[in-house]
Design a protein around this ligand. Structure first.
Ligand code: DGP
Length: 120
């Protein structure tokens, strides 16, 4: 899939659209999800054009993978989620239910999150 430079997260990265930003460094931008599914629901997106995790894993340099991972770690620490726990999730394409075609991790926390998936 071609990267769409006008997807909503690309526009947030360019600061064309506002977001409730939590953390930013050279690798990542983290902000609150507009439609939170848990008391803490944060999105962490890379500052590069990757469509999904698959694309990121194929193309990102080791330095970028490390920097991006550290940014996620920083966000988790900033919400003090280590003790009570959290969930990290990334959707890919149709079966994954991906809506925004810019790779992102969801970080959920702040309550027991239940089963990983709703049984069919
Ligand atoms: P996914 O299905 O993994 O692509 O989820 C995309 C998430 O992005 C979804 O939880 C809602 C969130 N979202 C969509 N548009 C916006 C936006 O403009 N601002 C913010 N903060 N979140 C958005």
């Amino acid at each position: 899939m071609e990267y769409d430079k006008n997807n909503i997260f690309a526009r947030i990265l360019r600061k064309e659209i506002p977001a409730d930003i939590i953390y930013e460094d050279e690798y990542a931008l983290a902000f609150h999800d507009v439609n939170p599914q848990a008391p803490i629901h944060v999105l962490v997106i890379p500052k590069k054009e990757y469509v999904s995790f698959f694309d990121f894993a194929e193309k990102a340099s080791p330095e970028f993978v490390y920097g991006f991972t550290k940014a996620i770690h920083h966000v988790i620490k900033s919400f003090d989620l280590r003790k009570d726990g959290f969930r990290i999730l990334s959707n890919h394409s149709v079966h994954g239910g991906q809506e925004v075609p810019h790779f992102h991790f969801h970080i959920f926390g702040g309550r027991p999150l239940g089963r990983m998936l709703t049984p069919p």
